[in-house]
Design a protein around this ligand. Sequence first.
Ligand SMILES: [Zn+2]
Length: 125
Amino acid sequence: MSDLFKDRLSCAMNRQNFGLSLLRERVERIGELIQDELRKTLDELESEAKRSNEEINEVITWKDDPVVYARNYSYTNLFVYHGSLDCGWVNPRRTRKMLLGEARAAGLRPCCSCGYRAAGRADAA
Ligand SMILES: [Zn+2]
């Protein structure tokens, strides 16, 4: 074994150690990033499950609610729901249907001339 051979072998082994340690560090950094992302995504998954369960539970409370009608045009009287399409304040072709609980949850008030009809039906149901 010549000294030159020992030198070449030693250099090759040093390059190997250096190259492999750089790659190991990269793998560890990627692992930490992946764990952070996993933790964040798990948190989002848990809060979305909680939010959607609450939404479904709210919708379930509307099970027996009557249909009410809300204007879907103009900015006046947008905050009112009607218990009847016969109400003089309603254009039947320009309303959207809502469930009573849905309308209440959206902050709509009963129409002073017909809203009581929906509320009455809901209480009777
Ligand atoms: Zn009305």
